[in-house]
Write a protein that binds this ligand. Structure first.
Ligand SMILES: NCc1[nH]cc(CCC(=O)O)c1CC(=O)O
Length: 394
């Protein structure tokens, strides 16, 4: 005779004959009286006392049936709704389609595609050929929204970033090229100074090292208008300076671009997950948000909404599930989640090392972002994910 694992001291340990049943560590409460008590008190009787002593062998009464006889009187068995693929599909609360995805593309002036070392499988696409091919591939699987990130040569950078509103600069030319080929493609462009400033900062830096907020806003207005003029559908204010959304909205309206939307990176954390895009030693803490803060995030989002933003974005994505949900509950605007380079690279690298199943983890990350409340997801996985989604629907 052996006693079943440590039962609470106020209930005498049951005595059973040792029989064949050894483990798994039971999640079934074998005490009928306890079950009834649990029923009355609406406690889940399936929860059994933990086995603290790993040396304790779980032995059963004469057979396993004895353990589950009589059947537990459960008022709710959540597993009933999970018993078949059809039912599981019917009760799936969140779905994702290629239409939810925005594909960020890096483009440069050269002709060849250059691999990005820190992002396996990602390229700085060559102007024209590589870019057009990648967009065609994305459209084939239903991804018809792209975001353009230019790689501007250092020679074109300056302290005041004039290249940002050169109508013949890389971004406006790329927008025209793509719109010419694919008029229905939805193009998101980045209204940000950092790709064009010699400092690498998202704002003009004064001689004593201060970011000049209002002076930079003036430049951002011109940048947004230049992008709209080229045919951008959505301009994305992404550097977190104060007052940028209202200023850009006014500038667009004055120039008759009322139809051009503003997607604002309202909550852009100073995350190390995109540290690669920062020069060594650079810190953007005076304009991007401390990852420890959520009230501040909400305040930024409200401000952007009041200034006329059409879509609010949270960046980075997976560490910010709570913030995505917070915004979703606090605004009626669509919410975007920006899955950044570091998030991409972590999944890719672990997948390449066979430590995780890359595809499954990737798809899980995307569906969780949708569950948190993201309408749109900007992700370097867009093409890969949409390809999988298309395969599932065949
Ligand atoms: N404006 C620079 C830029 N261009 C593309 C990214 C993408 C960031 C990423 O995916 O890691 C960034 C970083 C940033 O906005 O801070």
């Amino acid at each position: 005779m052996l006693s079943v694992f440590g039962s609470p001291s106020n209930i005498p340990a049951m005595k059973f004959e040792q029989k064949s049943y050894v483990g798994p560590k039971l999640r079934i409460n074998p005490f009928p009286s306890t079950q009834v008590a649990c029923q009355l008190q609406k406690i889940d009787p399936a929860i059994i006392w933990p086995v603290h002593d790993p040396e304790v062998t779980i032995v059963s009464p004469k057979s396993v049936e004895h353990v589950i006889d009589p059947p537990l009187l459960l008022s709710r068995r959540a597993r009933r709704n999970r018993k078949s693929p059809t039912q599981r599909a019917a009760f799936q609360e969140t779905n994702i389609s290629p239409a939810n995805l925005i594909y960020p593309l890096f483009v440069h002036e050269g002709e060849v595609d250059i691999p990005i070392r820190a992002m396996p499988g990602r390229y700085m696409l060559g102007w024209r050929h590589g870019l057009l091919e990648e967009v065609a591939r994305a459209r084939d699987v239903g991804v018809n929204s792209i975001k353009l990130y230019p790689k501007v040569p250092d020679s074109l950078k300056s302290p005041t970033g004039e290249e940002a509103f050169n109508d013949n600069g890389l971004v406006p030319r790329t927008v025209r090229l793509l719109k010419d080929r694919y008029p229905d493609l939805v193009i998101y462009t980045d209204v940000n100074f950092d790709e064009y400033s010699s400092s690498g900062h998202g704002g003009i830096v004064s001689e004593n090292g201060v970011i000049l907020n209002d002076e930079t806003i003036h430049q951002l207005r011109k940048q947004a208008v230049s992008q709209a003029r080229a045919g951008a559908d959505v301009v994305c204010t992404s550097e977190m300076l104060d007052g940028r959304v209202g200023a850009v909205r006014a500038a667009l309206d004055v120039e008759n671009f009322q139809h051009v939307s503003i997607m604002s990176y309202s909550v852009k954390y100073t995350s190390s997950l995109y540290g690669r895009f920062r020069k060594v030693g650079m810190d953007k803490k005076t304009y991007q948000i401390n990852p420890a803060n959520s009230r501040e995030a909400l305040m930024e989002a409200r401000e952007d909404e009041n200034e006329g933003a059409d879509i609010l974005v949270v960046k980075p994505a997976l560490p910010s599930l709570d913030i995505i949900r917070l915004l979703k509950d606090q605004t009626l605007l669509p919410i975007g989640a920006c899955q950044v380079s570091g998030e991409y690279s972590m999944i890719k690298a672990a997948g390449l090392l066979n430590m995780i199943d890359e595809e499954k983890v990737m798809m899980e990350s995307l569906i969780c972002l949708r569950r948190a409340g993201a309408d749109l997801i900007l992700t370097y996985f867009a093409l890969q994910a949409a390809t999988i989604l298309c395969g599932e629907n065949k």
